[in-house]
Design a protein around this ligand. Structure first.
Ligand code: ATP
Length: 207
């Protein structure tokens, strides 16, 4: 494992990717579980043979990638499909993210996990957790603008996620992403310095 792993989480549209990119600009490594999930389900992705065996050729698009529409329809029609899909993907995501945290050459790694609060195992692997936070009304407006969803559709997604309070209760650090990029850039600079100092302490203590 890279010597220091900082879990990064936040609700949908809170600005996780934006904040993760700012940490990378400062020199942090980034391991993004969402990106790994996409990678695993591209043509030739490591999950594809098992997904095809489990769900049949109908969920494989012509180019060999996961046909997301077909998979969604199947999950809608068959209540067990989502659990079976996660049963295949989640262990692979856990394994790959651990390997990449270990291999990262940067002084510390940001491990971006959208559902970090909901899935206990990632929390155990993080030295600290940084939560990207903003009012729910801001999350709704951003996701409506970005994905063209209605307010009710965004609210339904948010209702299936941990609450703002649950996320804040596990945060060691918070990035308030309500104002402009200048404010969060400055906050990330401060946190970057703090993480380098924590790493130095950890190394001194021989961990
Ligand atoms: P998701 O959970 O949906 O993947 P996320 O938490 O990674 O989202 P981002 O993709 O970083 O969030 O941001 C959501 C949207 O809001 C993007 O379109 C992004 O450009 C915009 N955004 C993020 N932060 C700000 C900000 N401070 N000011 C204006 N727009 C922002």
């Amino acid at each position: 494992m890279s010597r220091l792993v900082i879990g990064l989480t936040g609700g949908i549209g809170s600005g996780k990717s934006t904040v993760a990119d700012l940490f990378v600009e400062q020199g942090a490594g980034l391991v993004d579980t969402d990106a790994i999930a996409r990678e695993l389900t591209l043509a030739g992705g490591a999950a594809m043979p098992r997904l095809a065996a489990e769900f049949g050729p109908g969920i494989v698009a012509a180019d060999g990638a996961l046909d997301r529409t077909a998979m969604r329809q199947l999950a809608f029609a068959d209540a067990s499909a989502r659990g079976r899909l996660e049963g295949i993907l989640h262990p692979l995501i856990r394994q790959l993210s651990t390997e990449r945290c270990l291999a990262a050459p940067e002084p510390y790694v940001i491990l971006a996990v959208p559902l970090l609060v909901e899935s206990g195992t990632y929390r155990e692997r993080c030295d600290r957790v940084v939560v990207v936070d903003c009012p729910e009304s801001v999350q709704i407006a951003r996701v409506m603008a970005r994905n063209g969803l209605s307010a009710d559709e965004v609210k339904a997604i948010m209702a299936a996620q941990a609450t703002r309070q649950q996320r804040l209760s596990i945060a060691d650090d918070v990035v308030v992403n309500e104002a402009g990029l200048a404010e969060i850039s400055e906050r990330v600079r401060v946190l970057h310095a703090k993480y380098l100092a924590l790493l130095a302490e950890k190394l001194k203590a021989g961990c």
